[in-house]
Design a binder for this molecule. Sequence first.
Ligand code: SF4
Length: 323
Amino acid sequence: MALLEIENLNVTFNTRHGKVTALDSVSMHVNAGETLGVVGESGCGKSITALSVMGLIPMPPGRIAGGEIRLNGENLVTASDARMRQLRGAEVAMIFQEPMTSLNPVFTVGDQIAEAIMLHQNVSADRAFKDAVALLDRVGIPSPDSRARNYPHQLSGGMRQRVMIAMAVSCRPKVLIADEPTTALDVTVQAQIFDLLNEIQRDFGAAIIMITHDMGAISEMADRVAVMYAGRVIEEARADDVLDTPQHPYARGLISCIPALGKDDTELREIPGVVPPLHMLGAGCAFADRCDYAQERCRREKPALVNHGHHPAACHAVEEGRI
Ligand code: SF4
């Protein structure tokens, strides 16, 4: 049994354009000790998937309209608010994209980590603070004793992200969700944070769900990948398989955006066009307006996520052998 299993998850939001479907039959799973990469541009449903797992979808306007999220077999969709408060932090924790908005500016980082520890463990404030210092040391913060007494603004961006990681792993969660954890950081610090996450995973045996728009991050971190587009999973396989033989034109496009290794290639590339707004989705494939392989069938019939030879991909051109 997978540690965390999302099955046919449907999430809707009431908006000024009416009800929109933010997640459409999303399924994915992650095993203990494994890293699942969830990749796609912004607006593809990655963060909504993460927030659904954390029980943090604002309801209303959001609603989980169907499906299950099972953690060790327990369905989180039907769990009470009190149960979700117990699980959040202790069993499933999240590292957010921008630590400055997640850390409280008026408390020292040591106090904030200590508070996270005391929320789930029956320990004294003194013990929790000592554990916080040990965690800062574990995540590679130099002079952790004095850094624990710093406020967030006194730390660099990389150090703040390390603090967030220390806080997230303070209760040794089984599942760690990292939502674009390195977006705001420069390339060298990014690599250090990836190394740290890999080490933490080895130490704690946690499953990691790594949310990113960057296939380069997937190649660094992930064992398996779910590629998302407009609220659906459109390709899913082992990371090597997706990187070596991407099937869906969108996955191919994301991979072509990875800067060539070892070359002086700093130009940022992106797939032409944008993800359609959710209220504009039609009956067919949501990628059709950006796809070189689109045909009439694509505009009227939504492709199912099916293995057409290599690994599952939701694309008529793959099914018809046109790519
Ligand atoms: Fe392109 Fe059609 Fe495949 Fe969608 S289903 S990705 S439009 S070929």
